[in-house]
Structure formats: structure tokens, C-alpha cells
Design a protein around this ligand. Structure first.
Ligand SMILES: Cc1ncc(COP(=O)(O)O)c(C=O)c1O
Length: 351
């Protein structure tokens, strides 16, 4: 068979995103993908219409999500996860080789990967020493088309100063889209910038049901924006982004009782996170624990290789972050009480 070598040169050179599933690992306790550790309640599926394509929205899901978020249904686009929203923004707003995006590392890796796929230049304006946004550095990027701000930020777990975010959105009015990735916002709902959509046409909010809603396996995300962005996004969205079973599950998970159930689980995770954080801060092997408002915690170790090995030996799969500033750090998704107890046992035994 003749080998083929026909792909775009920039795709040839592409480093794919190393998702938790791609990296893999072995063990009993999985704390590497910021998933919710509790299995969901069951859902009812109506299979009578599976010979038909689903509706694009579907409108019912978008309306339910709009009700949950507090915006108009026309401001919501349901997609295959927040990742699809990130990808569509890049494809819609950045011309290959011409229009740049701005990110603030260390942050979520898919902004870089989607930009690389689109061949859009990436300008990194790193977070400050205390992991906040460098507002002057970001607003100096006058020619950029798209600014990604992840708040709460993955992997650091903190949210950003709200006035900083708003001043960046205001600065880029009429010039660039500012996309706030609120994948973890349910763990600190008071930090959401959705209410600012009423003030800024260039603001976009990206959301997901993969985290607090505990539906990573269903993979439904949303883009929330104003009309001029929506008009563009509806042009580039796939004709049937959500499979019908996913749409049915999303709709049921947005019923008031299910939302209340989600909020109860979020409260539980926040309590487990705080208890875990204050316990491990005292351990000899732990250098520092970053304060987090999300369902994960970034922990620096005096010797992170030793800590990683001990966790691996105990069957605990956490996450190392490939960023020069985080070489001594390990990120732990917050699991159940008993899972975090197992982590505590391993960490307290380290010298
Ligand atoms: C900040 C952030 N945004 C988006 C995503 C992707 O979300 P989804 O599962 O909806 O594609 C993740 C997943 O880890 C994330 O951490």
C-alpha cells in the first residue's frame, strides 16, 4: 500500500490535546479529569423517534438552559461540550495564519490546540505571580481577535478578579471577542459574568454539563452570547450537534429538582475540597496548596516525582500539568470523602 502524506503541514506538526483518557493510567481512584465522583440519578429515554434526526438545538434544551442561566433562549447554543464551543469560536473568528488569540497560561490546553488546528497564532500573556490576569499585558494585544479567559481557571482553581475581566471585555469592545470559559462556575456561581452579557456585545460565555452536572459522559456544552455572535455561530454549528439521547438527558438534568440535586452535590464537593485542602497543608511533603473555588486542587510538592510515584503505587490517578511553572505540582480532582481519605493516607506517609 502506498503511504499518503497529504495533510496540511501545520496539522502534521500538531501536538494533540492530551486528555485524561488519552494519558490513561491505572488504578482504582480516578481524580484526573475534574469529573464529579458521584454517579447520576437515572434518566428516562424515549427511543421511539430514533429513526429521525434530532432538531438542531433542540430548542427545548436551549430554552431550559437559558432559564437556568437567566438569559433569553436565543442567546444559547447547545453543542457537543464546551470544547466544541471553543473550536467553533476559533473557526468563526480567526483566519488561518492571520488572526491571533490571547490566552493566559497556565490555563486549559484546548485553546492552544484549537488555535493550532486553525493555524491561528497564540499570544500567551502569562498569569501574574499570584495567578491573576495581567490586564495591561492582555489589553496591549490590540490586533487580537479572540481572548480566552478561563474563570475559575483550570488548572490553578482560582477565579479572576471580576473588574479585571470586565475591563478587558470593555477594552476590546468592537475589536475582539472575549470568551469567558465558565466550565466550573457552578462551584462558585456568584463569580459568573453572564449578567454582563446585557452590557457587552463582544462577551461570550462558555459553559458545560460535564463538571458540576456530572454528565461528562453525555458531553453537552453551551455557548451563551448576544445576537451578532449567535448569528455567526449558528452558521458554523453542525446541523445535529446533540445526539437525541444526550438532549433528552440534558433536558431532564435541567428540571428544577435535578438542578437542586446538582447544587447539593456541588455543596458537598466544596466541603470535601476545603477539608482535604486544610488537612494536606500540614503534611511534610506538601509545599503549598492553591486556594480553589472549583472541584479540583493544585498542590505543590517538595518532591513531586516521589509524590506521583507513591500515588501511582496506591492506584490513585491524578494529573501532572505540562507547564514550566507547575513542574512540582499535581492537580487533584475532588472525589468522594473516602477517595480523598485514600489520597490523604498516601500523602501523609511521605517524608
Ligand atoms: C476549562 C475547561 N473548559 C472546557 C472543558 C471541556 O468541557 P466539555 O467536557 O464540555 O467539552 C474543560 C474540561 O476539562 C475545562 O477544564
Amino acid at each position: 500500500m502506498k503511504k499518503i502524506n497529504l495533510s496540511n503541514p501545520h496539522i502534521e506538526a500538531l501536538e494533540p490535546y492530551m486528555s485524561a483518557r488519552r494519558i490513561g493510567g491505572s488504578g482504582e481512584i480516578w481524580l484526573n479529569a475534574n469529573e464529579l465522583p458521584f454517579p447520576r440519578q437515572t434518566f428516562d429515554l424515549d427511543v421511539s423517534e430514533y429513526h429521525r434526526y434530532p432538531d438542531q438545538g433542540p430548542d427545548q434544551v436551549q430554552a431550559a438552559y437559558a432559564g437556568y442561566v437567566g438569559v433569553n433562549p436565543e442567546q444559547v447554543l447547545a453543542l457537543r461540550g464546551a470544547d466544541e464551543a471553543i473550536d467553533l469560536l476559533l473557526r468563526a473568528y480567526c483566519r488561518s495564519g492571520v488572526d491571533s488569540i490571547v490566552i493566559s497560561s497556565p490555563t486549559y490546553g484546548m485553546y492552544q490546540v484549537c488555535a493550532d488546528i486553525q493555524d491561528a497564532p497564540v499570544i500567551d500573556v502569562p498569569l501574574t505571580a499570584d495567578y491573576q490576569l495581567d490586564v495591561a499585558g492582555i489589553t496591549a494585544q490590540e490586533k487580537t481577535k479572540l481572548v480566552f479567559i478561563c474563570s475559575p481557571n483550570n488548572p490553578t482553581g482560582n477565579s479572576f478578579n471580576q473588574e479585571d475581566i470586565v475591563s478587558i471585555v470593555r477594552h476590546f469592545e468592537g475589536k475582539a471577542i472575549v470568551a469567558i470559559d465558565e466550565a466550573y462556575i457552578e462551584f462558585c456561581p456568584e463569580q459568573s459574568l453572564v449578567s454582563e452579557l446585557a452590557n457587552y456585545e463582544n462577551l461570550v460565555v462558555v459553559r458545560t454539563m460535564s463538571k458540576a452536572f456530572g454528565l461528562a459522559g453525555v458531553h453537552v456544552g453551551y455557548l451563551v452570547a448576544n445576537q451578532s455572535v449567535m448569528d455567526i455561530m449558528r452558521k458554523v454549528a453542525a446541523p445535529y450537534p446533540l445526539a437525541d439521547p444526550c438532549a433528552q438527558i440534558a433536558l431532564q438534568a435541567l428540571e428544577p429538582a435535578a438542578v437542586a440535586f446538582m447544587q447539593q452535590q456541588v455543596a458537598e464537593i466544596n466541603v470535601i475540597r476545603e477539608a482535604f485542602s486544610s488537612t494536606i497543608q500540614e503534611f511534610a511533603a506538601v509545599q503549598s496548596v492553591l486556594p480553589s473555588v472549583a472541584n479540583f486542587l493544585l498542590v505543590s510538592f517538595k518532591n513531586s516525582d516521589k509524590a506521583w510515584q507513591a500515588l501511582t503505587d496506591a492506584g490513585i490517578v491524578a494529573r501532572q500539568i505540562p507547564h514550566p511553572r507547575l513542574q512540582d505540582a499535581i492537580r487533584f480532582s475532588i472525589g468522594t470523602d473516602s477517595e480523598m481519605e485514600e489520597v490523604i493516607k498516601v500523602l501523609e506517609s511521605l517524608p
